[in-house]
Design a protein around this ligand. Structure first.
Ligand code: FES
Length: 138
């Protein structure tokens, strides 16, 4: 199992995700059913089955963030076409452990607290034009 995980990590690192043909190769190489390989690939957050975009957006769906309004952020991303844009990868997360900053959004590894829909839209617009978020992380 450890070697299988190492192989999956290498593939993830090389491609940025786990392509189907590579998973099939791993299944044969380790003589493990493909369903088992998929169950491992989907269990760990380190793996993605889809190509990852240039920008990764996490919206916190934890209780504190939902109470403070994070539920509308996903709609904002959808309205802006972000969810269908291959330059962006959206991944909801349960809690970042920064509940005092709720609602929290993480963009390209930077945590932004006290997020609002308008601020999020400005940041996404900036990303689509610049590819760098200029607001300071909080
Ligand atoms: S619930 Fe969002 S950071 Fe904890």
């Amino acid at each position: 199992m450890r070697f299988l995980l190492n192989s999956l990590l290498e593939i993830q690192s090389k491609h940025g995700y786990l392509p189907k043909d590579e998973l099939e190769r791993i299944s044969k190489e380790f003589n493990v059913p493909i369903s088992r390989v998929y169950s491992i690939a989907t269990f760990y957050n380190a793996f993605s089955l889809k190509p990852v975009g240039k920008h990764i957006i996490h919206i916190c769906k934890g209780t504190a963030c939902v109470i403070k309004g994070s539920e509308v952020f996903e709609d904002a991303l959808e309205q802006m076409g972000v969810l269908d844009d291959e330059d962006f990868t959206y991944q909801p997360i349960r809690c970042f452990g920064a509940c005092s900053l709720a609602p929290v959004v993480v963009i390209d590894g930077k945590v932004y607290g006290k997020m609002t829909v308008n601020r999020l839209k400005r940041m996404i617009s900036k990303l689509t034009s610049d590819s760098v978020v200029s607001e300071d992380a909080q």
